[in-house]
Design a binder for this molecule. Structure first.
Ligand code: NAI
Length: 246
């Protein structure tokens, strides 16, 4: 694990699941971590469980708006004395088959998963360029690579996030900022807890390593990409999926 003392990190959607594990990984590595989300009580639990509550700060807000993005970056700069690492993790699903998908289902998923990441990236870019080592890590999904029946909105948002990652990687490379994506497979969180038992068993059967992933499996790769030793990796998508996509 890299040493993150003196490093300022901003994580979107850190109140539970994968985002919470990412906040914890950075806080335990010594970083000052600012995270966003919508649930202040859950945010307290994230900080308390991180092992370094004094280095955690929560900012409430809807990630899909420009105002919330600006506020989150400002809070991270204040809390961390600058900004070195941005992790775009906040995401939602509104799964349904194409013919039943409403305009609202489509718009909301794209707004949170893709526009939200773009808003935060835009708001953070100048600060990251000023950093000694600017890093952007976007949490996409294997579904953004493979597609998935019943998830046209979600898969499109996650595929779009890969395009955003690679464009930003090219634009900011000259300023020493890397941008990569992590593509989790089937990870045990509240997001996947609602799947019907049959669907969960079927998915598990498609994982060569034979188990679901944990939020910590994903957080470890995020921390690696944000660390000192990953400075020559940019524009890449790293699956963390037990071998589902290969
Ligand atoms: P989760 O539902 O447990 O947590 C999502 C987080 O995003 C929460 O902290 C929530 O407050 C925050 N969030 C949602 N909408 C927001 C908004 N409008 N503004 C601010 N924050 C908002 O989800 P989970 O499973 O931890 O997923 C995290 C990321 O990983 C998501 O981007 C998801 O798409 C992605 N992912 C998850 C997989 C899984 O199997 N759980 C697989 C592949 C990708």
């Amino acid at each position: 694990m890299s040493d993150f003392h003196g490093v300022s990190v901003l994580v979107s959607g850190g109140t539970r699941g994968i985002g919470r594990a990412i906040v914890t990984a950075f806080a335990q590595g010594g970083a000052r971590v600012t995270f966003t989300g919508r649930d202040a009580r859950a945010a307290e639990e994230t900080c308390a469980g991180s092992g370094a509550p004094d280095r955690c700060r929560f900012v409430a807000g809807d990630v899909s708006t420009a105002e919330a993005a600006e506020a989150a970056v400002a809070a991270a700069v204040e809390h961390g004395g600058g900004l070195d690492v941005l992790v775009n993790n906040a995401g939602i699903t509104r799964d349904t088959l194409l013919l039943r998908m409403s305009q609202e289902d489509w718009d909301r998923v794209l707004a949170v998963n893709l526009t939200g990441a773009w808003q935060l990236t835009r708001a953070a870019a100048r600060r990251l360029m000023k950093s000694r080592r600017g890093r952007i890590v976007n949490i996409t999904s294997v579904v953004g690579l493979m597609g998935n029946a019943g998830q046209a909105n979600y898969a499109a948002s996650k595929a779009g996030l890969i395009g955003l990652t690679r464009s930003v990687a090219r634009e900011l490379a000259g300023r020493g900022v890397t941008a990569n994506a992590v593509a989790p497979g089937f990870i045990q969180t509240d997001m996947t807890a609602g799947l019907p038992p049959g669907a969960a068993d079927e998915l598990q059967g498609r994982i060569p390593l034979g188990r679901l992933g944990t939020p910590e499996d994903v957080a470890a790769v995020v921390a690696f990409l944000a660390g000192e030793t990953a400075g020559y990796i940019t524009g890449q998508v790293i699956p963390v999926d037990g071998g589902m996509v290969m």
